[in-house]
Design a protein around this ligand. Structure first.
Ligand SMILES: [Zn+2]
Length: 338
């Protein structure tokens, strides 16, 4: 009988632990938090609406939300029919971000939509209000942190990531400020940082700034990494811990070939765990109210996936790129250097 005491003790310990409520990684969607491992198949870089008018004239009244919704909904239903559960909307403020529209789409389709905070510096800072250009990183970060804590524009809808955009041969002083602001906002909120970035040198410059502020490369999503044609750079940056997002695709033959090579290269070099796959498609443009410009979010399924399969990318790999990896990349938690 003496021997029975140990299993009984173990049982008690297990019971005690099972009473502590488990803590899960979570992602912030327009309808609140979702467990990262329940995010489902995710398109990590898409847009439902983009307005290119520029910050000076940007105004939510430039689009009618109900009309935009009616045009966008059938396109979203198409990806839901492909098994997509989560849509990451990468349209920043001053480029047509509309969290209420995303919520309408989420409610109508029973999908998750993720919106963002941040400022878009590419396009010669056309999408940045002039007064922001002289603000210190701390003040910019404070604005983004407030959106995370209080919700966006009184809607109560919170951003699920920080979206910034940089460009050029190397970072301008203002773009360095944007990256520093992203680091500060990440430290305060745990929001991952997605940066519209050209070539690898710009990604490396940004990672350096983040690291100088104490933020690990794991917090950084190098979006539009396909613009870097030296495939060894994808591997180098993935091995630093950053996410490499191959996310521009319109189904052209040369794109199919290039994307396939890039994906295969990542897998071959054991970097599949850091790859995100999407297509940067969409979107309703207030200047084209009939929606005739809308590019389907299904192009990667229609044109790329068969080619990837033929090149040895398995369904398990695709599940990683579209499901497991986005859940981890968009998890809201601080990634800080020790
Ligand atoms: Zn985009």
């Amino acid at each position: 009988m003496k021997g029975m005491k140990i299993p009984f003790f173990v049982l008690l310990t297990l019971l005690a632990f099972s009473c502590i409520s488990p803590v899960y990684d979570s992602v912030v969607t327009v309808n609140g938090e979702v467990r990262a491992d329940k995010l489902g198949a995710t398109l990590a870089h898409e847009h439902v609406l983009v307005d290119f008018i520029g910050a000076e004239h940007a105004d939510p009244v430039r689009h009618n939300r109900d009309s935009a919704f009616a045009i966008i909904l059938p396109h979203i239903e198409k990806i839901r029919d492909h098994g997509i559960k989560t849509f990451v909307d990468c349209t920043p403020r001053f480029l047509g971000r509309d969290p209420l529209l995303l919520k309408m789409l989420a409610d109508a389709t029973d999908m998750n939509f993720i919106t963002n905070t941040g400022f878009y510096g590419a396009g010669n800072n056309k999408y940045i209000p002039e007064h922001v250009l002289n603000m210190p990183a701390e003040a910019i970060a404070a604005f983004w942190i407030a959106e995370f804590k209080q919700g966006i524009d009184g809607t109560g809808i919170r951003p699920g990531f920080i979206k910034i955009a940089v460009e050029g041969e190397s970072l301008s002083d203002f773009h360095k400020t944007l990256v520093k602001a992203a680091a500060l906002a990440h430290i305060a909120t745990g929001l991952p940082i997605m940066s519209h970035t050209g070539k690898a040198n710009l990604a490396l410059e940004q990672i350096q700034i983040l690291e100088a502020e104490g933020v690990k490369a794991e917090a950084f999503i190098w979006t539009h990494a396909h613009m870097e044609k030296d495939l060894s750079k994808h591997v180098e940056i993935a091995k630093m811990g950053a996410w490499v997002s191959l996310d521009s695709f319109r189904g052209k033959p040369e794109e199919i070939k290039e994307m396939t090579e890039m994906v295969v290269n990542m897998k071959k070099n054991n970097c599949a765990v850091k790859l995100l796959l999407s297509q940067d498609a969409g979107w309703y443009d207030p200047e084209i109210p009939d929606g005739s410009n809308y590019q389907e979010h299904t192009l990667i399924f229609d044109y790329l996936v068969p080619e990837l399969n033929a090149a040895g990318i398995t369904d398990a790999d695709l599940n990683r790129f579209l499901n497991k990896n986005p859940g981890k990349a968009f998890t809201v938690k601080t990634r800080l250097k020790e």
